[in-house]
Ligand binder design. Structure first.
Ligand code: GLP
Length: 254
């Protein structure tokens, strides 16, 4: 398999978001039945805002689009303001009006959680897999909620969040005790099977991990390194996130 990672490095978060939104819009417009894998987090907020803005100027039929979100906290309902379900409706779905049946999010309150996990990966496969997966990255290199040492062959599963992730994400909760301890996440294999992947990293909090990712071998201690075996990966960064990348990374950057 040919390995191809394209680096796109921009000055500002604004430019990163414009580029990423444009890629999403192009995908939806050229493949109206596309299956998109979507991410949450602060990084994606300006991306979704830009996508909605772009769609104002370029009306786009989303009636046949299908989406699968990467992850969700266990124990938070869809109405909880910090649930990823709530986030997605707030930042995207309340404005995009996809058919409800086409929107998929892991259920953080599922009773038979292992069954729900299996059903989630099966549903992705039943749709023919993900056409494009959008990803952020945790400061410890997690993708979705696949923490360091997650098996690269994993499907949707329950994870115990690492201390680092609970500290990072604690900023959204009133205190650390409220930060969930567990989550459901699409597995690394589910992600790797996407036909196209765009990973977005912005800000100083991502500088170290992006340098580590660039240098790293493909190794389960750094979940995002699994992406290095993907044939169609774009890594989009602002200058801050890319600040410690060696010059050779910039050679490919446009
Ligand atoms: C969170 C989510 C990831 C997200 C990442 C980065 O914990 N589980 O899906 O991509 O961490 O988040 P942020 O964009 O807020 O830095």
């Amino acid at each position: 398999m040919m390995m191809l990672t394209m680096y796109k490095i921009f000055e500002t978060v604004d430019e990163v978001s414009r580029y990423t939104a444009q890629r999403l819009l192009e995908k939806i417009q050229t493949a109206p039945k596309a299956v998109l894998g979507l991410a949450t987090g602060s990084t994606m907020e300006p991306v979704y805002a830009q996508l909605l803005d772009d769609m104002q100027h370029s009306p786009t039929d989303v009636s046949q689009l299908t989406t699968f979100n990467l992850d969700e906290y266990i124990g938070l309902s869809a109405e909880h303001p910090q649930s990823y379900n709530f986030y997605m409706y707030q930042h995207l779905f309340n404005h995009l009006h996809l058919p409800a049946a086409n929107v998929h999010l892991p259920d953080g309150l599922a009773h038979s959680i292992d069954q729900a996990c299996q059903a989630y990966s099966a549903a992705i496969q039943a749709m023919g897999g993900l056409d494009l997966q959008l990803l952020g990255i945790g400061s410890n290199g997690h993708i979705g909620f696949n923490e360091p040492h997650t098996c690269f062959n994993s499907r949707t599963h329950v994870v115990e969040l690492s201390e680092q992730t609970r500290i990072d994400n604690g900023r959204f909760f009133t205190n650390q005790n409220e930060t969930p301890t567990h989550a459901i996440t699409m597995g690394i294999l589910d992600i790797l099977e996407a036909k196209e992947i765009i990973l977005v990293a912005t800000g100083a909090n991502k500088t170290n991990i992006m340098a580590q990712l660039f240098e790293s071998a493909i190794d389960e201690s750094l979940p995002a390194s699994a992406l290095k075996q993907h044939p169609n990966l774009t890594i989009v960064m602002d200058r801050e996130a890319a600040a410690l990348l060696p010059k050779q990374a910039y050679k490919n950057a446009v």
